[in-house]
Design a protein. Structure first.
Length: 530
């Protein structure tokens, strides 16, 4: 066992303490039943850090990675944290045009990709960027370590390097990660997160959610996103927990793993998929102490249906890439569906008007936050950083919300999703909650589309429930006229949709958030010529 490590402000210093303390314990349990010990995470991350250092990477340099979820991918992230490199993960769904932008903007020293993507990245990386491939695309195995024709293999290079590496003495303000906004409303912005941002948030969550070394976390999330990479992994590693490591959310694998786990983190889609399977029951949840949901709003009906089926009330929390987690429903206490709970310890949350005045419940206003978890600024964009920060140091989240008298926060929607019709503000969430309660409605998304008279018109995109028919599952028949009639008694005239359109499903990004920008584009001509 390694000697104990003195506390330090860097994130990896805290990881290293746990690597030593739980050296022989399983950090990961893989789908084939094999496991990876904490000591192996320590040694493999050291080898990667040594290999990258030999290639000329220095603290502060960016390491860009577009890789499928794997043990090697996790060790690459840990190696970057260990050596002071800035880890820049990219969504595995990004295509050539998107990749080209990110490589130009992030200016990485090294790009790591999976072998099948090597040819594409070879055309994108200039002479100043070292391109490496990473083995292991099955969620656990390391894959082929040979260099082969696809280019230099990072895993292969590591075989020649020591499993000992003295960590970089990171400061609190040392950069640790570079993430990018989704870019649905413009050019994506680079979000620079420091050791302080990540460590403060992770430590708070371990305490708030009661993580201990006895926990076993079901990890089925991707690791290119805050939820799977920082929230889930950090909680597990800082508490000495074990993770059941799944490459993706596979219903059969999740059902098989749940009885062995104590905590599950997921997006709302994970919970609706569990509910859609008749096999899911309380028997799967006997050892579970906590289900956590985030990255997208959790419908109240999902919350209630899950409680009825499993006996557990899902804990919903709220955060974003720029800040990590901000609020949470309580571990012990009432979890109110539709709200995202109270501000986490050390985090300040306020709701203000456009003029900067505090909003009194039930007023809706702009959600602003401050705390050690809030990012240091946008990469190479001091203008955007200044634009999104207030004079007294609060970050404008871009979300609209309400703070009740007990301090619980409810997110009403994104400021950019606000519909202004005839000079009046309509908050989509308010309308969606009512539509979702109508008979035959599974879910809805309310948007604003151009209208010659009103400026914007309220439009609802509705997905009907599915019922079992003689020939299989069938959509419930819904009538636009009937639905509008039902809404006439529940919504003020200016809030009522002028049109209701039906869809088989709502477009979502990789983390389950409804992409309202795509809905607005699809229905932009709905009133043209009307």
């Amino acid at each position: 066992m390694q000697p104990s490590v003195a506390p330090a402000p860097g994130l990896f210093a805290r990881f290293r303490q746990q690597f030593a303390r739980f050296s022989d314990k399983s950090a990961l349990v893989l789908p084939d039943g094999s496991s990876v010990r904490y000591s192996e995470l320590d040694s493999q991350s050291a080898q990667i850090a040594n290999a990258l250092t030999e290639l000329g990477v220095e603290p502060g340099d960016r390491i860009t990675a577009q890789i499928e979820k794997s043990v090697d991918g996790l060790c690459l992230y840990l190696a970057c944290s260990r050596a002071g490199f800035v880890f820049h993960p990219m969504n595995t769904g990004y295509l050539r045009n998107e990749l080209e932008f990110f490589l130009q903007d992030a200016e990485p020293r090294v790009v790591v990709c999976d072998e099948p993507s090597h040819e594409l990245f070879a055309t994108l990386c200039g002479e100043s960027i070292t391109l490496l491939t990473l083995g292991g695309d099955d969620g656990g195995n390391s894959g082929d370590n040979s260099e082969g024709d696809s280019g230099a293999s990072l895993t292969g290079l590591c075989a020649h390097h020591s499993s000992e590496h003295e960590p970089f003495p990171a400061r609190e303000d040392s950069p640790a990660a570079l993430l990018y906004s989704s870019g649905t409303t413009g050019v994506p912005k680079g979000i620079l997160l420091t050791n302080r941002n990540l460590l403060s948030n992770a430590s708070t969550l371990v305490e708030a959610w009661g993580f201990t070394s006895d926990d076993v976390l079901l990890h089925a999330l991707p690791i290119y996103h805050v939820h799977g990479l920082f929230v889930a992994i950090h909680c597990a590693l800082l508490s000495g927990s074990t993770m059941y490591w799944l490459a993706r959310f596979d219903l059969d694998a999740v059902l098989a793993s749940l009885p062995r786990c104590t905590v599950m983190m997921g997006v709302p889609t994970y919970y609706t998929r569990l509910l859609s399977d008749g096999r899911f029951s309380r028997d799967h949840c006997q050892n579970l102490r906590l289900f956590i949901s985030g990255s997208a709003p959790l419908l109240a009906e999902t919350f209630q249906a899950f409680e009825q089926r499993s006996g557990h009330r899902i804990l919903e929390r709220y955060g974003m890439s720029e800040t990590g987690m901000l609020t949470s429903n309580p571990l012990a206490g009432n979890r109110v569906p539709g709200t995202v709970g109270h501000a986490l310890p050390g985090v300040d949350v306020r709701v203000v008007s456009d003029a900067g005045m505090a909003c009194e419940y039930p007023e809706v206003g702009n959600v602003q936050v401050a705390g050690p978890n809030v990012f240091s600024g946008y990469w190479k964009r001091p203008d955007k950083t200044a634009e999104d920060m207030t004079r007294d140091g609060f970050f404008n989240t871009g979300d609209l919300g309400q703070l009740d008298r007990d301090g619980r926060l409810t997110i009403v929607g994104r400021a950019k999703d606000l519909v202004i019709t005839g000079g009046l503000n309509v908050y989509p969430k308010e309308v969606e909650l009512i539509i979702d309660e109508l008979p035959g409605v599974l879910e809805s998304a309310v948007i604003g589309v151009p209208h010659d008279d009103f400026g914007e018109a309220v439009v609802a995109v509705v997905v009907a429930e599915v019922s079992g028919g003689e020939s299989g599952d069938e959509r419930v028949e819904l009538s636009e006229r009937e639905m509008l009639g039902l809404l006439s008694d529940q919504l003020a005239a200016f809030k009522r949709p002028k049109r209701i359109v039906f869809a088989d499903c709502l477009p979502r990004n990789a983390m389950g958030k409804v992409q309202k920008n795509l809905l607005r584009e699809a229905h932009a001509d709905l009133f043209r010529g009307a």
